[in-house]
Design a protein around this ligand. Structure first.
Ligand SMILES: Nc1ncnc2c1ncn2[C@@H]1O[C@H](COP(=O)(O)OP(=O)(O)OP(=O)(O)O)[C@@H](O)[C@H]1O
Length: 604
């Protein structure tokens, strides 16, 4: 082990960035398991759950008791019971008032609970997304990830705030009402229970369809978001090739499928309520008829019938609600499964050694083999040494593997075989964080943020002073351009840099890399969008900046890498030639051909 590294273990805290409590759990697609897993998020909100359940319990019990008071009042009025009517009515009023207050408390508790649970999901999911390997983002549409973060999490939230209290109060109401009905008149109670049997069968049947369709609907929503994102991001290209109609066709196709899946889901879950209502009403008619018969024959009092009428309604209401909630729950479970799929993805590992700064850094690729797809290697038997402080240029035709070399050095991907060494340290043993801290990279596709130019440049090193930022901007030849802007360094970049030109964006990206002051600098087609004069000026500045540092430059314009200490020519993932510009030209092989193709007729 190098003496410049020290062991770093992952943080043990529960902060969102450091994985999740189920990281090692195998993902299972069953409702019980998913519910249990959702339940674990509730454990952290014990106080709120207790408060909410207490309010639901109080409200439900009072709701079950209130019709008894009503029954007593009716019996007192009908002369079938002795008692004080005024006291009974005051009790009734107090009970209904208490029910209202408890329902309000329940609403407050459940809203808080739902929002806090959503926060847990959202933060854990975001923490996961920023820790996902590059491979994941390369293979999943951004829209799909967005959909999981917003729609699915929102779906879980709605269910938590509405379904949980309704479910708890519903179950309590059913049990309490059934008990009291049995106590009042078991014959009428049994008739009521007949409706439950019918309800359960219909619920199970309809809910299996709801679950299937809502999962399909959420997958399609993700796919539609992905399509929209692709079209909006690539709008200029869409318009340039007059592909608006085709894009609209593609969108409409997904939108159409989404509508159909949505209709199927809504029909199945929407039908549930009315069907349950119908069953409840039939039960109500049966009870009214039989109750009348029993009262006529003196088996029960008129007050009991009045209470039974309320209980019968009270009994069927939660059954309807539970039937609807069941549909909602199915959809939330489908959403939760999709969220858990992301949470269960393997994060970029956080274990390893912290690579500490060293002034001179050499890089060595040793027998490296790598492929993005299994069995299809892009780099084969790749051996390359980049001496400390030297500038190495990678050239070769499109798809020859130049960016892949950089991807491996940055540990966006890890080699399938062989090893990459930084000085005497295998990069796979170093934490990615500490490795990337010392490597600056500028890509062709510049990413800037909707923030001031100053903050965009400071992004690479939050401790950089205004003076250091200005110096970096001067070296990358963008200081003057920035000064000409109305607010100078405080100018806000809108739409991540759409208010400046592509070349200017590239200059800012180079300045940002200079601010980072890295030991290794990688420029992947970093100056492809600036004019040749500016490019030359930047290169001169870079000579100065990179003195004693190691740099890797990828450039199609070969004139820009003529001064490199080593030029490496790649072809189909293999190094076919290496040397300096003059040596390679003299050899008259691949590099010579590439150079002549670009500059035939010009002096070398
Ligand atoms: N994320 C990816 N998933 C699958 N294959 C990929 C991925 N990135 C690159 N490839 C493939 O790997 C091969 C090498 O690509 P690479 O980007 O390294 O080439 P390059 O020499 O940098 O090309 P260019 O000059 O066009 O940038 C190509 O065949 C490419 O299709």
């Amino acid at each position: 082990m190098s003496k410049n590294v020290k062991t770093q273990t992952p943080q043990s805290g529960i902060g969102p960035r450091r994985g999740n409590m189920f990281a090692e759990t195998e993902y299972a697609k069953d409702i019980g398991w998913t519910l249990k897993r959702i339940g674990l998020y509730f454990v952290k909100e014990k106080k709120l759950i207790f408060g909410m359940l207490a309010a639901v319990l109080g409200g439900t019990l009072a709701g079950i008791y209130a019709p008894m008071l009503q029954s007593n009042a009716v019996d007192i009025i009908a002369g079938q019971r002795s008692g004080d009517l005024q006291t009974t009515i005051v009790f009734m009023l107090a009970t209904y008032l208490m029910i209202s207050l408890l329902r309000m408390a329940q609403g407050v508790f459940s809203a808080k609970l739902s929002l806090r649970i959503v926060r847990q999901f959202r933060e854990e999911l975001f923490g996961k997304v920023i820790d996902l390997p590059v491979k994941y983002t390369d293979t999943h549409s951004h829209g799909d990830v967005m959909s999981r973060m917003t729609n699915d999490v929102e779906n879980i939230s709605t269910t938590v705030s509405q379904a949980l209290p309704s479910l708890f109060s519903g179950v309590l109401t059913i049990i309490g009402t059934a008990a009291i009905m049995l106590w009042l008149c078991w014959q009428l109670a049994l008739l009521s229970c007949g409706t439950i049997f019918l309800t359960v069968i219909v619920t199970r049947l309809l809910s299996s369809f709801v679950r299937k369709y809502s999962k399909e609907r959420q997958t399609l929503l993700g796919s539609m978001n992905g399509t929209v994102e692709e079209i909006v991001n690539g709008y200029r290209t869409v318009v340039a090739y007059n592909q608006q109609d085709k894009s609209a066709e593609r969108f409409c196709d997904v939108s159409d499928k989404l509508t159909k899946a949505g209709i199927r889901t809504e029909v199945c879950s929407g039908v549930m309520g009315p069907v349950m209502n119908c069953i409840g009403n039939i039960g109500f008619v049966v009870i009214a008829a039989f109750g009348g018969y029993f009262a006529i024959h003196g088996m029960i009092s008129v007050g009991v019938i009045s209470a039974f009428i309320v209980y019968a309604k009270q009994f069927s209401r939660p059954i309807n609600e539970i039937a609807q909630i069941y549909g909602q729950l199915q959809s939330a479970i489908a959403g939760a499964e999709r969220v858990f799929q992301v949470l269960d993805e393997t994060s970029e590992d956080l274990y390893g050694l912290v690579w500490e700064d060293q002034e001179r850094v050499s890089v060595r690729f040793e027998d490296v083999e790598f492929g993005y797809v299994k069995g299809k290697p892009v780099l084969k038997n790749f051996n390359l040494t980049i001496p400390a402080g030297k500038k190495v240029a990678l050239v070769g035709s499109t798809g020859s593997g130049k960016s892949t070399v950089v991807n491996l050095l940055m540990r966006y991907y890890d080699a399938d075989k062989g090893a990459i060494w930084i000085n005497d340290q295998n990069v796979e043993e170093i934490t990615r964080d500490s490795l990337r801290k010392h490597v600056g990279i500028v890509l062709q596709d510049t990413v800037l943020f909707s923030d001031s130019i100053h903050h965009n440049l400071q992004y690479a090193n939050e401790n950089a002073t205004a003076e250091e930022i200005k110096k970096a901007a001067e070296m990358s030849r963008c200081h003057e351009m920035i000064e000409l802007l109305p607010q100078g360094y405080e100018t806000l970049l809108t739409g991540a840099g759409e208010n400046i030109s592509q070349g200017q964006r590239q200059l800012l990206a180079i300045a940002r890399a200079f601010v980072a002051n890295p030991r290794i600098l990688i420029l992947d087609e970093a100056t492809s969008n600036v004019d040749t004069r500016t490019e030359k000026a930047i290169q001169d500045a870079m000579q100065e900046v990179m003195k004693g540092r190691t740099s890797i430059v990828i450039a199609h314009r070969l004139s820009t890498i003529r001064d490199a200490d080593l030029i490496v020519v790649l072809d189909q993932g293999r190094i076919v030639e290496q040397g300096n510009h003059d040596e390679l030209l003299a050899r008259k092989q691949k590099y010579y051909d590439l150079y002549m193709t670009q500059y035939a007729g010009f002096a070398t």
